[in-house]
Ligand binder design. Structure first.
Ligand code: HEC
Length: 187
């Protein structure tokens, strides 16, 4: 049978062991000091450098990503309707002759300003080493004068991206070989 004093000293040994263990864990950062946890939480609103990179990078491409998604789910039928904004000036039929604007049959990936029998502005002729990629078409249709300053296409542009993507779908449909939209990128 242990005396009261012996029991107390045994308890003391156990308590010191627990304290030592706690200190070892603390110094080897296996557990957090309550104060550390407090300051950690207080600083959790701070944005570190890596987060900034992660937040700003996709933001730059967000618009192009959105255009791509709109293009993938665009509608040729709606595009046909929106093309009414263009059809006053542009025919879009293999055998039609040009009107005030050139025939837009097979325009996707055609060289810029390449139709014979049509007199283009210098603004477009200067770009004739480029092609009508969906990217260029998107920019031109959004605001013709900023894509080709001095163009004869006196048209304010289609501001709604959904309508623009539907029109691109319709232009692509009216081609010898309509292309799949998965490959295209906007920039
Ligand atoms: C007011 C008449 C008019 C309207 C409306 C119009 N365009 Fe044009 N478009 C023109 C003219 C004129 C040109 C030739 C531009 C030049 O030479 O600078 C042209 C050129 C183009 C070209 C370049 C073709 C080539 O052979 O290089 C494309 C593509 C085009 N238009 C698409 C459209 C689309 C799509 C719409 C409707 C959203 C539209 N246009 C609306 C008059 C118009």
């Amino acid at each position: 049978m242990l005396t009261l004093c012996q029991q107390e000293s045994k308890l003391n040994v156990v308590l010191t062991m627990i304290k030592d263990l706690y200190l070892i864990c603390l110094t080897s950062s296996l557990i957090s000091h309550p104060m550390n946890m407090l300051t950690k939480n207080m600083c959790s609103n701070e944005v570190n450098k890596q987060d900034v990179v992660r937040i700003t990078k996709p933001k730059l491409n967000k618009n192009y990503q959105m255009l791509k998604e709109l293009l993938v789910c665009s509608s040729m039928k709606r595009g046909e309707k929106y093309f009414n904004a263009c059809s006053g000036c542009h025919p879009i039929n293999e055998r039609s002759s040009h009107r005030f604007g050139p025939n837009l049959w097979n325009v996707v990936f055609r060289s810029i300003a390449c139709c014979s029998g049509y007199t283009y502005s210098l603004a477009l002729i200067r770009l004739s080493n480029l092609k009508w990629t969906l990217n260029n078409l998107n920019k031109f249709i959004r605001q013709p004068s900023s894509f080709a300053n001095g163009t004869y296409m006196t048209f304010s542009g289609i501001k709604n991206p959904i309508e623009r993507m539907d029109i691109l779908n319709y232009l692509n449909y009216n081609s010898y070989r309509p292309l799949s939209f998965n490959k295209f990128r906007f920039n």
